[in-house]
Design a protein around this ligand. Structure first.
Ligand SMILES: NC(=O)C1=CN([C@@H]2O[C@H](COP(=O)(O)OP(=O)(O)OC[C@H]3O[C@@H](n4cnc5c(N)ncnc54)[C@H](O)[C@@H]3O)[C@@H](O)[C@H]2O)C=CC1
Ligand SMILES: CC(C)CC(=O)C(=O)O
Length: 364
């Protein structure tokens, strides 16, 4: 990959490589765009096949955060970190503290939180070295694990998508196929089960599947069988790119709505599902509950205020579906337009110089 060519074509601001031999830290912080404010986005720890794969993941996820934060109405830009390593084997306190010092060196341009492979305890270690971390333990007056709040937002988003597809947002009697029953999806399944939805689940982790079978009477299927099951809603809640050439022909669902980031393998797949009449809830709109929740910490965390804002995901998606119908464009295009309009309007109104101007971090 020609890194500068790639950064130039998608307008990335900064890529930071962090290395610490003693702890084994190898991390990549990608900052996509800070027009709206400091870049907020989680830290993912994952075993990548190559360094190029890790860089690409960091870049793609960071750009997704710019759009997610803009569409959610937050005064925050987009960034993301990937730490190369196995979260089950390679973690140690020094690694997260070394990483925290790198974040501190960016002086507020980047703020982190949890993502796949990292936990509240990891954020607490980072917090020993920097204030630019959210999702730390509630003992510090913080919001803790964002996953349950992300789940609530995804549940509200599934209802908005059901309204668009079926003219009714009740999920009672609807069948939802859930791919990956991890932190977010387990809580999401609680909401769906409570409302009377039937669940079909899969996961590469057998214990996660059994937990959902025991708790919700879910039907279990193998990881490759989830796409073709008879269902009303397909909820991708594992990793990205599961909407692709192989899976689209298998899908029977009229709605795709789940928590995973970067669900479309490429934009072309967003076009294909649009032509097939499938209602797709754009990933970064439906899964913004977690970032809305951790962003509230920047104002002094108030759970009630955060949950009220998370509920607006229903309205944001309704707006996306309206734009999609009005302009006859796929929903991913409609969501991008919504986010880009906000970034553009702020960038054109920020022309005056202000020494020590007010911004999101001023209240910290
Ligand atoms: N945790 C949060 O607040 C947020 C999470 N997300 C996204 O939602 C997704 C899920 O996040 P979490 O629940 O936090 O992660 P998690 O790691 O707790 O859960 C993911 C689950 O997917 C399973 N999985 C992985 N590959 C699979 C495959 N090929 N087939 C079936 N299952 C598979 C894993 O075993 C795991 O149980 C990720 O894409 C994440 O980026 C997005 C916004 C916020
Ligand atoms: C809690 C969020 C900051 C996690 C994140 O990076 C995301 O929303 O993808």
């Amino acid at each position: 990959m020609e890194i500068f060519t790639y950064m130039e074509s998608y307008d990335y601001e900064q890529l930071v490589f962090c290395q610490d031999k003693n702890s084994g830290l190898k991390a990549i912080i990608a900052i996509h765009d800070t027009t709206l404010g400091p870049a907020l986005g989680g830290t993912r720890m994952w075993t990548y096949d190559s360094e190029a794969d890790a860089i690409e993941d960091a870049l793609r996820l960071a750009k997704g955060m710019t759009y997610k934060n803009a569409a959610a109405g937050l005064n925050l830009g987009g960034g993301k970190t990937v730490i190369i390593g196995d979260p089950k084997k390679d973690k140690n306190p020094e690694l997260f503290r070394a990483f925290g010092r790198y974040i501190q060196s960016l002086n507020g341009r980047y703020i982190t939180a949890e993502d796949v492979g990292t936990t509240v305890q990891d954020m607490d270690l980072i917090h020993m070295e920097t204030d630019f971390v959210t999702g730390i333990s509630p003992e510090f007056g913080s919001s803790g694990n964002p996953s349950p709040v992300t789940a609530y937002g995804v549940y509200k988003g599934i209802k908005a998508a059901a309204m668009e597809a079926y003219g009714n947002d009740s999920l009672e009697g609807k069948t939802v196929a859930v791919q990956g029953v991890g932190n977010v999806a387990y809580t999401m399944c609680e909401y769906l089960h409570e409302e009377g939805a039937k669940l079909i689940v899969t996961d590469i982790n057998k214990e996660a599947v059994q937990r959902a079978v025991d708790a919700f009477g879910a039907e279990a299927v193998g990881p490759d069988d989830i796409y073709a099951v008879d269902c009303d809603i397909y909820a991708p809640c594992a990793l990205g790119a599961t909407i692709n050439d192989d899976t689209i022909p298998q899908l029977k669902a009229k709605v795709i709505a789940g928590s995973a980031n970067n669900q479309l393998k490429s934009t072309e797949h967003g076009d294909i599902i649009h032509e097939k009449g499938i209602v797709y809830a754009p990933d970064y709109v439906i899964n913004s509950g977690g970032v809305i929740n951790v962003a509230d910490e920047l104002n002094g965390y108030n759970q009630h205020r955060a949950m009220k804002k998370v509920e607006t995901i229903y309205d944001s998606l309704t707006r996306v579906f309206e734009i999609s119908r009005r302009d006859n464009v796929p929903t991913y295009v409609a969501a991008d337009r919504m986010a880009e309009e906000r970034i553009k309007s702020v960038s054109t109104s920020r022309s005056q110089f202000l020494l020590n101007g007010h911004h999101t971090l001023s209240r910290r």
